[in-house]
Design a protein around this ligand. Structure first.
Ligand code: NAD
Ligand code: GLY
Length: 372
């Protein structure tokens, strides 16, 4: 573990992402304003992308301060929402990047949640065949997942993240003070991604989350810093082994195949991503209990932690399960026409690649409608 105490007495963690094409630092702690400014001073032009919500919250005391210290910085805001992760928004960003004159030696800053990170990253990957970018994630989900690993992209009507590229940021700054303004529902959806890392890679970490649930929910600074640090470390290890998502990186999608089907069935209007992943994970854990791989106690423990963070544990009875299953046809990760499971050998140890038995998913989803 690499960490140090800063002048405010807070722990600052450092993680390095190292792949065959790219190496970059993740800094985790608070406050990190001086670190951001120091990093971007090296660029002749910097372009910050954010959304309306984050701009309103942080214009006064952050964006303006950055503009004062980095006179070559310009910014653009886009409307808030997943539906703006679109080709139309991207086109507007290209126009703005060219009119503001971002050079090939410039840098784009993604300042926001995963939507802004994916959009800014894809704009940076493609504008003038690729410019640098850095991530300043402001949601828990973006800090522990989307800002790391270089996946960038936009949605098409037919499905999420259908157009994109791998383009790693030059640096990631997880300033935990941004989480102070994050609504509880968004925070809890991010907690699901944190739980995911424990389930797939580190049982001790999973137990730590269960044991410290009250402190997590209270956003205790030290506990949240450790959670973000450990997730970044685990994700960096996986991305380092499988940068282009050809093998083990698949395990990061635990619960996501069913989760994505639920999101797309409900038109992205009912569940936040982490909430849909909670239900997707529950389907897998039920499947593993039925197969005798996991105990009923593991299932109860998992349902308990979902309930504690107000994540869903049952499916509304008016959902049409057959229609949900049809949404698997949009799964990008199919092999030979079949969706693959990411499953667990045990809590803390994932495996992937088994073909999914759609009939079994069907029966588990119906079970979730009856009794959760
Ligand atoms: P988001 O970006 O939509 O942010 C969630 C909400 O929180 C938004 O309304 C946003 O305006 C608001 N918000 C952001 N920061 C805030 C703050 N500090 N205070 C108050 N409100 C704040 O959603 P998300 O959950 O961060 O990310 C989801 C996106 O990430 C999806 O598009 C998903 O596809 C993508 N994703 C990408 C990867 C990847 O590897 N690239 C991985 C996981 C998810
Ligand atoms: N969020 C999944 C991945 O980065 O591969």
């Amino acid at each position: 573990m690499r960490s140090r105490i800063n002048h405010s007495g807070n722990v600052i963690y450092h993680v390095e992402v190292k792949t065959s094409t790219s190496t970059y630092p993740i800094t985790i702690g608070e406050p990190l304003l001086d670190s951001f400014k120091g990093f971007f001073k090296g660029y002749p032009s910097v372009f910050l992308l954010t959304n309306d919500t984050v701009f309103d919250l942080y214009n006064e005391n952050l964006i303006r301060q950055m503009e004062n210290d980095l006179p070559f910085l310009s910014h653009m805001t886009v409307p808030d929402g997943e539906r703006y992760k679109s080709i139309e928004t991207l086109n507007g960003i290209y126009e703005e990047l060219s009119s503001k004159g971002l050079g090939r030696d410039g840098c784009v800053i993604a300042f926001g949640g995963g939507v802004i990170g994916d959009l800014a990253g894809f704009a940076a990957a493609t504008f003038m065949r690729g410019v640098d970018y850095a991530q300043i994630p402001t949601t828990l989900l973006a800090m522990v997942d989307s800002s790391i690993g270089g996946k960038t992209g936009i949605n098409l009507i037919k499905g999420k993240n259908m157009v994109g590229s791998f383009h790693h940021p030059k640096a990631v700054f997880c300033d935990l003070s941004f989480l102070n303004t994050l609504p509880e529902r968004q925070f809890n959806a991010g907690v699901m991604e944190v739980i995911k890392y424990g389930l797939i890679l580190d049982e001790a970490f999973y137990r730590f989350i269960l044991a410290n649930r009250d402190r997590v929910a209270a956003r205790d600074r030290d506990v949240v810093a450790y959670l973000v640090y450990r997730c970044c470390e685990l994700k960096a290890q996986i991305v380092g082994q499988d940068e282009k998502d050809k093998g083990i990186r698949a395990i990061l999608n635990f619960g996501h195949t069913v989760g994505h089907a639920l999101e797309s069935y409900t038109g992205y209007r009912v569940y936040l991503h982490g909430e849909a992943v909670a239900l997707g994970s529950l389907v897998i854990i039920r499947h593993l209990v039925e197969k005798g791989v996991l105990s009923i106690q593991s299932l109860e423990e998992f349902k308990g932690i979902l309930g504690f963070f107000e994540l869903p544990t049952s499916l509304p009875s008016d959902f049409e399960v057959d229609a949900i299953l049809r949404h698997f046809s949009y799964d990008k990760k199919k092999e030979h026409g079949k969706s693959r499971w990411v499953t667990l050998r045990d809590v803390g140890s994932a495996e992937w690649g088994q073909a999914m038995d759609i009939e079994e998913v069907n029966s588990i989803l119906r079970g979730l409608q009856r009794n959760g």
